[in-house]
Design a protein around this ligand. Structure first.
Ligand code: BGC
Length: 418
């Protein structure tokens, strides 16, 4: 589906989804964009958990990675006074709905369950609004990863790229061997998500913070940002001819099948490897994007909890409790590719990439190198994030011709969105 079709489908879905007056009170209605194989498998863990407790599930899926189609559908539902019990949301979107007075109050559940102590403060900045818990964090994803086919790596005799130049050399080897070097999904959110890593790698963590978290204009139009666009253009030259419009999970499938060497993507990609019964070390490799080792550019899926009538609160509280229970946090995240949204969940059941993800998060949190992904809703509010995405994707698809022009457009677009 094209983005326009998805938006259209999302809007249709929003108008079709009307909560009947006699709706089951012991039911959770959930809007989400988890429609790939790995994502659906992860969501099933939650459905099964709630079913065991006697709660029904009304699924409101809106396809489209990164969630922009889902958020358009949600907006329409909320405007129609027809919001679900809960919706998957990213960072600043939670705060927007909370500021608009749309969210419920889960503080009593949070206190009883010890969320204040267990959930990392970086996440609480987005799940707590004016001292009230308004969302339940489900996980922590991070975007600065490489997902590599082990069979292609063996074929070309490659090793872990430690620097951006190493990565380019590795991509060249794949090209020489006749394999598509970079499995790219050519959709705006995917290109922007990749650019987060490229900027971190090109300029370092402090530069990323200044440019994207502080919106320091000198950094946004600096020679370093230009270099980051140059590096993005280098990566573009390693995609196959059919990358435009490709869904992220189809790009992951290219790596899973050994048709491409590497995908640069958040660790939801690992959910696809897991669903295909692939093992890290044997079938695929996970490395941090070269030059970003020690830094974690994160996002967290949150279940935003809307204000619901009194008779529906029991189901909402059950959903919230299940989401942040230690056992669910392990079972779900093992399948999803993310890591727990609590600091006290053992890594025992996680594979090698999951264990690395948990250790990296802990380490980055302690060192001050845990940064919000701007592409994924944790760097800036939606309008600014959209302006960023727009410039990156126009550059990637050649509508902005040079890195010089790209930085000029970036500053202009961000200022207009402020
Ligand atoms: C979400 C992930 C999801 C990915 C692709 C991201 O925005 O955080 O949970 O798997 O989009 O759909």
């Amino acid at each position: 589906m094209t983005t326009t079709m998805k938006l259209f489908a999302g809007a249709l879905l929003a108008s079709a989804f009307a909560m009947p007056a006699h709706a089951q009170v012991k039911e959770v209605q959930m809007l989400h964009w988890w429609t790939s194989g790995g994502e659906a498998a992860a969501l099933n863990v939650l459905k099964a958990d709630l079913a065991k407790q006697g709660f029904g599930w009304k699924d409101v899926p809106v396809a489209g990675g990164g969630g922009s189609a889902a958020m358009t559908a949600l907006k329409a539902m909320v405007a129609a006074g027809n919001h679900p019990t809960s919706s998957q949301m990213l960072g600043y979107t939670v705060l927007d709905y909370a500021a608009a007075g749309k969210m419920g109050d889960l503080t009593a559940t949070a206190k009883a369950e010890g969320w204040d102590e267990a959930v990392p403060k970086a996440l609480q900045k987005f799940s707590v609004h004016n001292g009230k818990w308004v969302a339940a964090p489900v996980n922590v994803h991070s975007v600065n990863w490489l997902w590599i086919s082990k069979s292609v790596m063996d074929k070309i005799g490659g090793t872990e790229p430690k620097t951006f130049d190493d990565l380019i050399a590795l991509l060249d080897k794949a090209k020489a061997a006749g394999v598509t070097p970079l499995a790219q999904g050519g959709q705006p959110w995917q290109e922007a998500t990749m650019f987060d890593s490229v900027v971190l790698s090109t300029g370092g963590t402090d530069f990323y913070k200044k440019a994207f978290l502080d919106l320091d204009e000198a950094s946004l139009k600096s020679a370093t940002m230009k270099k980051a666009f140059d590096n993005l253009a280098k990566l573009r030259s390693y995609t196959d001819a059919n990358y435009a419009g490709r869904d992220w999970n189809l790009a992951t499938a290219m790596v899973i099948k050994g048709d491409a060497l590497v995908q640069v993507m958040g660790d939801w990609a690992k959910g696809e490897f897991v669903a295909a019964k692939k093992t890290p070390g044997t079938d695929f490799l996970c490395f941090r994007f070269p030059g970003t080792q020690g830094t974690v550019a994160y996002n967290s899926d949150m279940f935003g909890m809307f204000k619901v009538p009194a008779d529906r609160q029991e189901a909402q509280v059950a959903l919230a409790k299940a989401t942040l229970s230690k056992s669910f946090q392990s079972a779900f995240n093992v399948v999803k590719g993310s890591v727990p949204a609590r600091t006290d969940v053992p890594d025992t059941d996680f594979d090698a990439c999951g264990k690395k993800g948990i250790a990296d998060l802990k380490d980055a949190n302690a060192k001050g190198t845990l940064v919000g992904s701007i592409a994924q809703g944790y760097g800036q509010p939606p309008a600014i994030a959209a302006a960023y995405t727009d410039v990156v994707t126009k550059f990637f698809h050649g509508q902005i011709a040079t890195s010089d022009a790209a930085v000029t457009e970036l500053v202009k677009a961000i200022n207009a969105a402020k």
